[in-house]
Design a protein around this ligand. Sequence first.
Ligand code: GSH
Length: 215
Amino acid sequence: MKMYGNWRSAAAFRVRIALNLKGIAYEEVFLDLDAGDQFKPDFLAINPQGAVPALFDGDGPPLTQSLAILDYLEETHPGTRLLPADPRARARARSLAQVVACDTHPLYVPRVRTFLMEHYGLPREKMLDFLRNAFTTGLRVLEQRLATESGTGRYCQGDAVSHADLCLISLWVGTGIFGIDTAPYPTVTRIAEDLLALDAVARAHPLRQPGAPAP
Ligand SMILES: N[C@@H](CCC(=O)N[C@@H](CS)C(=O)NCC(=O)O)C(=O)O
């Protein structure tokens, strides 16, 4: 498979982890989102939204939207399950995943940050305040649910890694990048630390991708 991504992209990170866990070979083409590679005609022909990831599987058309890609990989490579078999558990895993991918991450993607600064003249510090509010709101919801709901186990849903964990860790790594205090989220922290110890997650980590700043 061939994926268009970016070292820092949370959405591409989720997909890289799934590819690694399922043992699918892939190459990644890294776009420079700060330089606007995502809005160049060649890439807009692949994804008119101007966003990564975009995944090619063979000769088929590009797959876009990380959650849709995760579902596609689940359906085409069911060997290593990343969604529980039980419908209620599956719905909960998806619900937790969507807290991150649908209701948190979209608030701080580059196009939103740029719009806030360029269109409304928001100073960078206020934009970062907006971004940190999005992060902490998402983390607070995850913490409350993971700490109180009976479905939580070693990972977000029971003791097996699911789409919920891929999304959780994709949010979590941003806390380091954007300087967000993680102390108020002990359950999220526990699960994130377990996830980071997995080779499939470690290899997919943003800071291990080409283009990432040196540690
Ligand atoms: N909901 C989409 C989000 C895709 C997205 O916004 N990706 C970001 C990087 S994480 C991007 O390419 N942003 C480009 C921009 O905002 O200009 C998904 O989960 O795939």
